[in-house]
Design a protein around this ligand. Structure first.
Ligand SMILES: [Fe+2]
Ligand SMILES: [Fe+2]
Length: 224
């Protein structure tokens, strides 16, 4: 399983994320906490490592989105950390499911469904605002999950949490469409333009934001 790259930089993803932490003046304790949440994905197996890098890219693009949308510093930090940590719960999904190349069956989808609540439970006492966003990152799609949401635990109002979660879900989808082995189909390598078309078809209700992100250069059709 590999992802096609769209980030044109000579620096590694870890270096880019380190620079983002510093640019946002996130203190070292919180930086260490965030990276500790990602450590199981990073170290468990080559399969989970792919999701570690997916999380780093999602965080970086989410940060660019927050900057483009001129969000407050608090929302920008929350959006960046939410992208970075949105899939930490996938370290509990069996590797036989995460790395499966054949079409998924009902049991495989069932194994994936706990990961947003799993992440929420880990994050809620450390980054409560981030936990509120992360638990919603699969709520903007057909067959959304989880079925029931926990009450808001952070300080952000419900509308802001929803809008941040909507951005994360869009950025998450954008990066996921760059996966060469799509879990729904046989191995596939989409062009950047095909990915743009998929974004618009899969999320018609978010088409305006998708177009805005492409026009602003946050999303690109150029693969490197
Ligand atoms: Fe997810
Ligand atoms: Fe994801």
């Amino acid at each position: 399983m590999i992802f096609q790259n769209y980030i044109a930089s000579t620096r590694s993803l870890d270096e880019l994320v380190g620079a983002a932490f510093d640019g946002l003046r996130i203190d070292f304790v919180d930086q260490a906490r965030a990276m500790a949440f990602l450590a199981p994905l990073k170290h468990k197996s080559p399969i989970t490592f792919q999701f570690y890098e997916h999380c780093l890219r999602t965080g970086l693009v989410a940060l660019a989105a927050a900057t483009h949308l001129q969000m407050s510093r608090q929302s920008t930090v929350c959006l960046f950390l939410s992208g970075l940590l949105h899939d930490i719960g996938k370290d509990s999904v069996p590797l036989s499911v995460l790395g499966k190349m054949e079409p998924w069956v009902a049991e495989d989808y069932a194994a994936l469904r706990p990961h947003p609540m799993d992440a929420y439970r880990r994050l809620v006492d450390v980054f409560p605002d981030v936990a509120d966003v992360v638990v919603r990152h699969h709520r903007f799609q057909p067959h959304a999950y989880p079925d029931e949401l926990p009450p808001l635990s952070g300080a952000m109002e419900a509308g802001l949490v929803e809008s941040l979660a909507g951005v994360i879900s869009l950025v998450d989808l954008y990066d996921s469409l760059h996966r060469v082995h799509d879990r729904h189909h046989a191995p596939t390598r989409r062009t950047g333009e095909q990915i743009r078309q998929c974004m618009l078809e899969i999320r018609p209700e978010q088409a305006a934001l998708t177009r805005q992100f492409y026009e602003a250069g946050l999303f690109t059709t150029v693969l490197v």
